[in-house]
Design a protein around this ligand. Structure first.
Ligand SMILES: [Zn+2]
Length: 172
């Protein structure tokens, strides 16, 4: 994260999320960044908690948008199926499947806290991956003479929105 000038970490709070839904405005309506990275714990988190944010960002900004899903949601042995469902969901939302990465480093389990260090290493490596893919764009000034320089990470709040321990781990 030190490679870029500014890193924002935005987490949803249950009350903030509810307020935004009631007012039909996205949580990040006033936020701008060159790259948005949504970090979720399981396939379906994107639909359950972040659709207004995703739709707003991809329809109103030119920013690069990626989703990092930390597990394939294999708690009931349906990881492969849930992974496919995630890819179908993001295609429906207008994203390309290369904008979504599903890891299998962490086990979906509501009773399990995930290792903080391992998590931050995975997220950091994924940011480096995104930057490496965008390397030409990052290194070279755009037509307007601006450099890509800001990254905003979107994720759950400290209570994981729904209280799921994997969501809380993702926030930490
Ligand atoms: Zn979840």
């Amino acid at each position: 994260m030190r490679l870029i000038h500014d890193t924002n970490i935005i987490s949803t709070s249950s009350s903030g999320y509810r307020d935004c839904l009631q007012q039909q405005r996205p949580l990040v309506s006033l936020l701008s960044a060159d790259i948005f990275l949504l970090v979720i714990a399981h396939p379906d988190d994107e639909c359950m908690f972040f659709i207004p944010t995703i739709v707003n960002l991809i329809s109103t900004t030119q920013s690069v948008f990626h989703i990092l899903c930390l597990s394939n949601g294999n708690y009931e042995g349906l990881g492969k199926q849930r992974e496919k469902e995630l890819h179908n969901a993001v295609r429906t939302l207008g994203l390309d499947t290369h904008q979504v990465t599903v890891l299998t480093d962490f086990q979906d389990n509501p009773l399990l806290d995930w290792n903080d260090q391992l998590l931050s290493d995975c997220i950091y490596r994924h940011i480096l991956y995104i930057l490496s893919v965008l390397q030409g764009s990052v290194a070279a000034p755009s037509k307007e003479g601006q450099h890509l320089k800001t990254l905003t990470i979107l994720t759950f709040d400290s209570k994981g929105v729904s209280g799921h321990r994997n969501h809380c781990s993702t926030y930490r």
